[in-house]
Write a protein that binds this ligand. Structure first.
Ligand SMILES: Cc1ncc(COP(=O)(O)O)c(C=O)c1O
Length: 388
């Protein structure tokens, strides 16, 4: 009855079953995996957001394939104010309900069934599903850790076959927290233009640079065809609003072709709703109070982790430049999944095992830094005692 592309493993894995059992037994869990800001005590201004959503203009239906101009202009203002990009043309933007939808549009634009997209490893687990749904094959390219994360260019170059269409970059990456450096950008642009590959750049965590140094966005990248994806789910900690976008840049003739085709893809779905688009400017402005709070929390939790790690020899934290996660290197004496289950059962701590993110070996745990600091502190204490 069903398509092969939906032949996923539908039964819950061992860790999910262990979490369900723990919850059912009433066991309190110190959850160090929360990435939903609305469950981590991070609240944009309720009155301001709800007032913006009740604009009477929303009673008029104005179907615009790229999204309402006022909303796209609000996105341009975000890039001008936060990233110094002053000349982003609103016509280069297509609004989507999520970056997942934006990925799907771009995969549909670029790929025939069976074509290949290169993805960083380790990285965001949802790529597998997005690729399955678009009949695209993912080809991993490794990130190497040596005093910080970097792209393994030799392996990337070898992974490119004639069916490759694009390289995905996550800037900064989830969960490694590593940004694409300017030297890496140069190399990627030259490789992509030589091999007719596009760049698909996920910048949802761009603004969360831990050292407060602003990092460059790819929205102005013009040396290769580039699709830059972002949205308010992370920028303003408003994932429930479903407001995201993709920006198109690159050499002029190819950008014009991409824009025209994407406009038709987007026109086919017209998935944006009026209230959210009319509130776009207010939703984006929520970043101004929210980002300092979130950045403060990321730094507090990271400092607490380092303080506690300083007395343990067997675990260490990998370097992180930005984003909401941190990676712990732990002794690889059992599988990461077995360790995560043991931590849950014996220390009441929930963490993500590295294999969720396709780490190359055992011995990695991922913690969310947006966790409420009291829970984070206690959870890390339990975790380190148990691992040690
Ligand atoms: C790298 C990355 N991209 C995108 C998203 C989700 O963004 P959206 O809510 O816009 O689909 C996440 C969510 O955690 C993420 O980690």
């Amino acid at each position: 009855m069903f398509s092969q592309r939906t032949n996923w493993q539908l039964s819950p894995n061992a860790l999910t079953r262990a979490i369900e059992e723990a919850r059912a037994s009433g066991q309190p869990i110190l959850d160090l995996t929360i990435s939903n800001p609305t469950e981590a005590g991070i609240h944009p201004d309720t009155n301001v957001v709800l007032a913006a959503l009740s604009n009477p203009k929303a009673m008029h239906y104005d179907p615009q394939p790229r999204g309402l101009l006022a909303a796209r202009e609000a996105v341009c203002r975000y890039y001008r104010e936060s990233h110094g990009v002053s000349d982003l043309d609103p016509d280069r933007l297509i609004l989507t309900t999520s970056t997942s939808e934006a990925y799907t549009y771009v995969f549909r634009l670029l790929c025939n069934p069976g074509d290949e997209i290169l993805v960083p490893k380790p990285s965001y687990p949802l790529f597998e599903f997005l690729a399955d749904l678009a009949d695209v094959k993912l080809v991993p390219y490794p990130l190497l850790y040596d005093h910080g994360w970097q792209i393994d260019f030799d392996s990337l170059y070898k992974a490119v076959s004639p069916r490759a269409r694009a390289i995905i970059l996550v800037h900064p990456n989830n969960p490694t927290g590593s940004y694409i450096s300017s030297n890496e950008t140069l190399a990627l642009n030259s490789f992509c233009s030589k091999h007719a590959l596009a760049l698909i750049v996920d910048e949802v965590f761009l603004d969360y640079s831990h050292d407060a140094t602003p990092r460059c966005s790819f929205v102005a990248n013009s040396d290769a065809l580039t699709f830059t994806l972002s949205g308010v789910s992370k920028i303003s900690a408003l994932p429930q609003m479903k407001f995201a976008w993709l920006a198109i840049s690159g050499p002029t003739p190819i950008v014009a072709g991409a824009e025209a085709r994407l406009e038709i893809i987007s026109d086919t779905f017209l998935s944006m709703n009026a209230p959210v688009q009319l509130a776009a400017s207010v939703l984006l402005d929520q970043r101004k109070p929210i980002q300092p709070i979130l950045l403060g929390r990321l730094r507090t939790n990271l400092a607490e982790l380092d303080r506690q790690l300083s007395v343990y020899l067997s675990c260490r934290r990998l370097q992180v430049e930005g984003g909401w996660y941190t990676v712990l290197r732990v002794p690889a004496i059992e599988s990461d999944e077995a360790l995560a289950i043991r931590l849950l059962r014996e220390a009441s701590v929930s963490v993500h095992p590295g294999h969720f993110y396709d780490f190359p070996s055992e011995g990695y745990l991922v913690l969310s830094l947006i966790t409420e600091p009291g829970i984070f502190r206690e959870g890390v204490t339990h975790l380190l005692q148990q691992v040690e």
